[in-house]
Design a protein around this ligand. Structure first.
Ligand SMILES: CCCCC/C=C/C(=O)SCCNC(=O)CCNC(=O)[C@H](O)C(C)(C)COP(=O)(O)OP(=O)(O)OC[C@H]1O[C@@H](n2cnc3c(N)ncnc32)[C@H](O)[C@@H]1OP(=O)(O)O
Ligand SMILES: NC(=O)C1=CN([C@@H]2O[C@H](COP(=O)(O)OP(=O)(O)OC[C@H]3O[C@@H](n4cnc5c(N)ncnc54)[C@H](OP(=O)(O)O)[C@@H]3O)[C@@H](O)[C@H]2O)C=CC1
Length: 265
């Protein structure tokens, strides 16, 4: 009888933006399954405690915390170097760090546009090229990128974010083809609205003010529900998936609306 292998034990995975939210859930999930994780954020004071918590857990993989702004290529190179130094190799990369602000297109300055494209798209390029170099010189690997439903469908006031997340989907598809012969799979996850500190900040509300999952039939997702999909894509069970985008948005929202008042006109 065939038994599916959803495991990641023994893998070394870089997870960007892992001090909170989806990235933290991904790091904790992979480590709980026996993977070693190199996790980063812009502040060692924020990401360090996540690594400490993982390292204190029994029967989990090890965590290395690195202060790294993924918008800065030389800092990403340091993240890659330190991961190889400590764990010996890189098997997986999860390009999770990202963000946005909500604003009408006409009100987004050149710097505002560039900051979101830089944070979401260019950082994914830095991490993928530099960690990908290690994978290509070694025995391949697996990459998972975080896009968004807003990269698949239009949403007002998210032009910069939507454009950067749509580009991530096409980058995923292109690299899956380019790097297939290097033994590298590249896939993508496109979440709907997920309850995280970042979303609460974007919406200008406290996390606990967000509608709870039970309060609405079009509920907001939880970070762990995205982490589980990422683990699947990194596992041997997904060995025949390459260049795909997995959407996770609960009940479909054909009009792409949220059950949250964004406070915008
Ligand atoms: C609505 C539901 C959302 C659903 C989808 C969820 C998507 C997510 O990604 S949620 C999780 C992400 N977390 C966050 O987005 C955190 C909250 N946002 C931020 O911390 C920041 O906005 C940032 C990280 C996204 C950008 O930071 P940074 O690059 O440091 O930006 P600066 O403050 O230096 O500003 C650069 C530039 O952008 C202009 N700007 C900033 N906010 C706004 C705004 N609300 N409206 C218009 N313009 C904005 C800012 O003025 C600067 O431009 P210049 O003034 O021309 O220099
Ligand atoms: N939550 C949602 O509804 C959705 C989220 N997504 C995507 O999922 C990903 C995670 O979102 P979410 O968990 O909500 O975000 P949060 O804002 O809650 O967390 C973002 C994480 O990224 C880190 N980070 C931000 N900027 C940088 C940077 N320049 N370099 C390194 N780390 C950085 C933050 O750490 P620190 O501040 O310590 O640097 C934090 O750990 C993003 O790509 C987002 O676009 C997609 C669809 C929906």
């Amino acid at each position: 009888m065939h038994e599916p292998d959803f495991g990641v034990a023994g893998q070394t995975a870089i997870v960007t933006g892992a001090s909170q939210g989806i990235g933290r859930a991904i790091a904790e999930t992979l480590a709980a399954s026996g993977a070693n994780v190199a996790i980063c954020s812009r502040s060692i004071d924020r990401v360090g405690p996540v690594a400490e918590e993982i390292n204190a857990a029994e029967d989990a993989g090890e965590a290395l915390a690195v202060e790294c702004n993924v918008r800065e290529r030389e800092q990403v190179q340091d993240l890659v170097d330190r991961t190889v130094e400590v764990f010996g190799d890189i098997d997986a990369l999860v390009n999770n760090a990202g963000g946005e602000f909500v604003a009408p297109f006409e009100d987004i300055s050149e710097n505002g546009w560039n900051s979101i494209v830089d944070l979401n798209l260019n950082s994914t390029v830095h991490c993928t090229q530099l960690a990908g170099e290690v994978m290509r010189e070694g025995d391949g690997g697996v990459i998972v990128n975080l896009s968004s439903v807003n990269g698949q469908h239009p949403a007002p006031n998210e032009s910069h974010y939507g454009a950067s997340k749509a580009a991530i989907i096409r980058l995923t598809e292109t690299l899956a083809v380019e790097w297939a012969d290097d033994g590298i799979r590249v896939n993508c996850v496109a979440p709907g609205l997920i309850q995280t500190p970042g979303v609460a900040e974007t919406l200008g509300i406290r996390s606990e003010q967000m509608p709870d999952r039970e309060e609405t039939d079009r509920r907001i997702g939880h970070s762990e529900e995205i982490a589980d999909i990422v683990q699947f894509l990194l596992s041997p069970a997904a060995s025949f998936m390459n260049g795909e985008t997995v959407t996770a948005k609960g009940v479909p929202r054909p009009d792409n609306s949220f059950d949250v008042d964004l406070g915008l006109e």
